[in-house]
Ligand binder design. Structure first.
Ligand SMILES: N[C@H](CCC[C@H](N)C(=O)O)C(=O)O
Length: 282
């Protein structure tokens, strides 16, 4: 199986072009687990398929390294946009990409025929409790809701970018309980579809530090949808403002994110190829 390994700020996936490779639907979860394994596979945070679509030039499907399928992936979208442009699946620099969470619009920034950075209009965040989804009384927004876990009460702001995120603000990102609270909250019953868990330290209205425990993948170097959720949560909590760009410092690098007055979240960041190759399937 031909693959391309790409990353967005260190959040790497094995990308397979299903315009050319034929994969069986029932094999996909196990294939994601296998290719992601750093010892017996290629090593990544998961598997992403670049597929034909009836509504856009390409469709993205995302599988975490535990084999679970997700509805969206910000770092993945930037890499899919780079791949689609550089492999001639699109001729324009701005185009649609279909995801399980709906279509998004990507714009590639090209230098000497190479896509270095990509801007994605991630659409509008989903804030209603039932749509996150999160258990509890119907509510239009979950902002700084007390959430007791592991005997500690944190304040959670819940945001979906097509995939669910629980955002908590901390005073020192280096002290964030990523390894302890992360896995406990990820599979807490109050999140029926589990949840991505983010910790944010506010530096200013234009700058935050960010760490993440991803649903289905654990700690990653970066999470694009999580960074978008972090900026939305910052605005909802009064730590940032709409229509003002926020620089999100992730372990693997920076994303520039704006929650616009029109409700759409714009994300700009790098997308890079690591290698191409042939994977010997088991
Ligand atoms: N773990 C996520 C999918 C990957 C998202 C992340 N890598 C990104 O860049 O947005 C989930 O299960 O919703």
């Amino acid at each position: 199986m031909q693959f391309t390994k790409m990353h967005g700020l260190g959040n790497s996936y094995i990308y397979v072009d299903t315009f050319k490779e034929v994969l069986k639907e029932e094999d996909l979860p196990q294939l994601a687990i296998e290719v992601a394994d750093k010892n017996t596979g290629i090593g990544s945070d998961g598997l992403i398929l670049i597929c034909p679509s009836e509504v856009a030039p390409v469709k993205m499907r995302v599988f975490n390294n535990d084999g679970s399928e997700a509805k969206n992936c910000g770092n993945g979208l930037r890499c899919v946009a780079k791949f689609a442009y550089e492999h001639g699946y699109v001729q324009e620099k701005t185009f649609q990409i279909e995801t399980l969470g709906g279509c998004v619009e990507a714009t590639v920034h090209v230098e000497d025929q190479v896509v270095k950075n990509v801007t994605v209009d991630m659409g509008k965040p989903i804030l209603a409790r039932k749509a996150i989804p999160m258990l509890g009384e119907d509510q239009e927004q979950i902002v700084a809701e007390p959430f007791t876990i592991n005997g500690e009460t944190m304040e959670v702001t819940a945001v979906s970018m097509g995939n669910p995120h629980a955002v908590m603000f901390v005073s020192d990102i280096h002290e964030a309980p990523v390894e302890t609270v992360g896995p406990l909250m990820e599979k807490d019953e109050r999140f029926p579809e589990w949840v991505n868990v983010e910790f944010v330290e506010v530096v200013s209205k234009q700058e935050v530090h960010f760490r993440v425990w991803e649903r289905g993948s654990g700690i990653t170097q970066a999470c694009g949808t999580g960074a978008c959720a972090a900026v939305v949560a910052s605005v909802l909590n009064g730590f940032a403002k709409k229509d003002e760009e926020v620089v999100v410092h992730l372990l693997g690098g920076d994303l520039m994110i704006t929650w616009q007055e029109n409700g759409h979240v714009l994300m700009t960041g790098a997308a890079e190829v690591i290698c191409e190759g042939v994977y010997q399937r088991k």
